[in-house]
Design a protein around this ligand. Sequence first.
Ligand SMILES: C[S@@+](CC[C@H](N)C(=O)[O-])C[C@H]1O[C@@H](n2cnc3c(N)ncnc32)[C@H](O)[C@@H]1O
Length: 187
Amino acid sequence: MNKHRVYETNSSYWDTKGNDFLRAIVLPFYGAFVTEEKCQLFGDVSGKKMLEIGCGDGQSLQYQGERKAAELWGMDISENQIEKAKQHLTTCGLSAKLICSPMEEECDLPVDYFDFVYSIYAIGWTTDLEGTFCRIASYLKKDGIFIFSWSHPIHKCVVNENNRLAFNKSYFDESWYSVAPIFVKAS
Ligand SMILES: C[S@@+](CC[C@H](N)C(=O)[O-])C[C@H]1O[C@@H](n2cnc3c(N)ncnc32)[C@H](O)[C@@H]1O
């Protein structure tokens, strides 16, 4: 599939859905059961320059800002997400530089600059993992740190059958698979 077609599909999904309903993919959560409080992967970020890849609506940037990071930068493929992040961070009294771009592409981010580049549940959307990792390496200053989280591939192999977890697919099968839509009840 043409990569620009994938970017369009991807950004229009996030433009429409957003991530407001997904609580466990926002720092301090790295995912369902893993938190920064417990793992201390970042530790003390005061005075540090931070870049989030796939920053969504800015809640993880808020977390870093409240922990006194010196600079907050975020990038995301979805214009709506960037707009929401802008509004959210302004409401929180935080300033951030936000860029709308696919993570796969060159987008005027400074190189050799950041203490931390991180991504919470966004990196798996890339169409070019190696290229994206190379770009991320270029944004980091010497001895800078890259932290990311993504769901474990075993999730796609397990189904709930009569309240028991059953394997319905080989862990080594990398073919396309579909995901059931998530329905969220408005509160
Ligand atoms: C689950 S959300 C991340 C939420 C974020 N951790 C937060 O704190 O709000 C995933 C984000 O990745 C972004 N994304 C998906 N594909 C992308 C790409 N190729 N390049 C940049 N961002 C992308 C989506 O627009 C979405 O906002």
